[in-house]
Design a protein around this ligand. Sequence first.
Ligand code: BDP
Length: 719
Amino acid sequence: MGRLIAWCAALFLTLGVLPVAAHAEDGYDLWLRYRPLPADIQARDRVRATAVVFDVDRHDIPTLKAVDEIERALEGMLGAAVPTYGQAVQANAIVLGTSAEPRIKALNLPLGQLGTEGYVIRSATIDGKPVTVVAANSGVGVLYGSFALIQHLQRGLGLDRLDIVSAPKLKLRLLNHWDNLDRTVERGYAGQSIWDWWKLPDFREPRYTDYARANASIGINGTVLNNVNAKADSLTAPYIAKAAALADVFRPYGIKVYLSARWSAPIEIGGLRTADPLDPQVAAWWKAKADEIYRAIPDFGGFLVKANSEGQPGPQDYKRNHAEGANMLAAAVRPHGGIIMWRAFVYQHENPEDRAKQAYDDFKPLDGKFADNVIVQVKNGAIDFQPREPFHPLFGAMPKTPLMMEFQITKEYLGMATHLAYLGPLYEEVLQADTFAKGKGSTVARVIEGALDGYKLTGMAGVANIGTDRDWSGSTFNQANWFVYGRMAWNPEASAKQVSGEWSELTFGPDPAITPAVVNIMTASREAVVNYMTPLGLAHLMATSHHFGPGPWVKDLARPEWNPVYYHKADRNGIGYDRTRTGSDAVAQYAPEVARMFADVKTTPERDLLWFHHVGWDDRLKSGKTLWDELVARYTLGVGEVADMHRAWRTLAPHIDRERFAKTDTFLSIQQKEAQWWRDASLAYWTSVSGRPLPAGETAPAKTLPEYEAISWPYEPGR
Ligand code: BDP
C-alpha cells in the first residue's frame, strides 16, 4: 500500500498534477471506506488493536460477519493485517462476545436492558489483559456493536476508556424499495433496481452482500423488496424463490425480507372471483400463501400493503374497512410470527374533502380495531413527502394502534438525484414536533417509540434511494440521507447536525479541514430547497407526474388534488390553503393546543403559513415585509443559498478526492441552474396571478411565463 501511494505521488508530480486525490474514489464504499488513518492515529490505535478474539459460539453467523468486518476495517485503516484468534484472549485484543459467555458475563456489563439488538463497547480487563470488549445479547447485537466500534475508529476517536451503550428505540427499521420486477424503480434516481430478478435465485450479485453490510452498519433490520404499487407476480412461486435467495444473503446481517402484497392477488394469481377479506376462501388463500412463503423464508417479516389508494385495489372495494382488510392478512402470517404494515396513505378522487384530511378521516375511527400484529404506516406529512409539511395529524391520534413513520429517502420532490438536500433536518423537524397528545412533550418521536401509548410494535420505514449506480444513491450526498435515516430509525431523538458530522468523517475522513464545511453545507441545504421551491408553507407545486421542476400553473389534470392550483389557491388577493374553520378545518384534526396554534395566523410558524392560511398579498409578516415581498425574497434567498453551498464546497477542493469532488461540484452547478429556474418560473407565474411587480432590486425572470410553461421532460427518470 505504501509503495502504491509513493508511486501515485510520483505520477502526480511527473504529470504536474496536484496530488489532491490520494485515492480515486467512486463512492461505492459509502461510509464503510476503511481508508488508512493519519499516521499518528494509526500508530496509536495499533497499540490497542492487536488482535480480534471472538468469545462466542463458533457457529453464530452474525458474529463471524462481525469478525470479518473488523478484520477488513483494521487492515484498511491501520495498514496491517490483524490476527484473529479463536478464544484465547491476547493483550489489547478486540473481544467480541455474547452475554452467554462466562467471561463476558463476569464483566457485569449493563446488557439486561438492551434487548437482542443493543450492545456495549467497553475498555475492560479479561484474564488480566487489557482489551476492548464488544458485547451483546445476540450475534446481531455484536455485529451492530462492531460496526459502531469501527465507525469510532474511522472517526479517529481511538480505543481508550471506551464505554458506549446503545440499543434501538424502534423494533422495525426498514427500507421500502419501490422496485419493480422489470428493474425500473418508482421514484428511483440512482439507476436500475439492484435486484436482478431475472438472474435470481441462482445468481446472487456480490452487491447484495455489500447492501446488507451497509444496512447493518446503520442498524437497518428489514427490507421490503418490491414496490407498494405491487404486482401479484411477486407472490408466485418463482418470485418467492428469488426473495428467499435474497433473504439468505441478508440473514447473517440481521436483515429480514418483507414483500408488498397486492390486494387483488387472490383473483389475479389465485383464480378466485373475489378479494373480499371476509370471504373464507380469500382468507384461506392468503393463509396458504403465507405458509408457502414461510416454507421458503422461515424468518419472513410480513407484508406491506397499499390498499384503496391511488387506484390500488383494497378491502373498500368490498365495502370493508382497512382494519378488516389488515386483520385478515394478519391472521395469515400470525402463526409464523409475521406482521402486516398497512399504509395510511389514502385519498380518493371522488372525495371532495381536503386531501390533507382524508387519511385521518379513514383511520382515526378504526383506532383499536387492528389486530396486534398490524402496524399502520403513516407518511410524515398529510400530503406527500413535500420539502416541508407539518407533521401528520394521525400521530398522537391513535393511542390504541401502533403507528410507524414513513419517510422518503429518495428525493422525489426535492430535486431528484442532483440537488444537494440533506434530509436529516426534515426528519428531525417532524420527529421533534409536539403532538400534545398527552400534554407538552408528546413528540412524534415519542409516539412512534411507543413511549406515549405503550405500542408493542414500533417502527420506521424509509423509501430507499438505492439503485445500480456505482455510488448506490445517485450522488455522494444522497448517501447521507440513507445514513441519517438509519441513525434516526435506531434513535428518533438523534440530532441531524451531529449525524451529518459523523457521516462527513466516515465519508471524507476525520479531517478538521473538511467536516465543519460539509456540516454547514448539509445543514443549510434542505431549507435552501424549501426556499426556491415551496417557501412559507407552500406545497405540491411541482410539474405533473414526475414532480421535477416547477408547475404552479397546472390546473387541468383529471383529479383536482393532482393540480398545484388546488394546493396554493393563489388569486388576485392572496395565496394559501385555508385549513382553519373558515376553510377545510384540517387544523381540528390536531390536539387542541396544536389546533389553536395553527388556526391563528399570528401563532402559525411562518414556515407553515400558507399550508394553513390564505393570506393577503399585502398582509405584513414578521419581517415587516408584505407577504408578496417576503415570498419573492424567499425564492431569491434560496437561489443565493445554493450559490453559498457551492462556494463552500469549492473551498474543499484540495481536501477531497478528485472524483467525488468533481461530481458534487457539477451537481451543485446543476442545482444552481435549476434553483434559478424554480425561482424565475415561480415568480413569473405568481406575478401573473397577483398582478404585482417584483420589488425593487429583484431581477426579472429570464423567460416569459408561457416559455416556462412549455418546458417538458418526456423521458425523466423514476416513473
Ligand atoms: C407518491 C408517489 C407515488 C407513490 C405514492 C405512494 O408519487 O409514486 O406510489 O406516493 O406512496 O409520493 O404510494
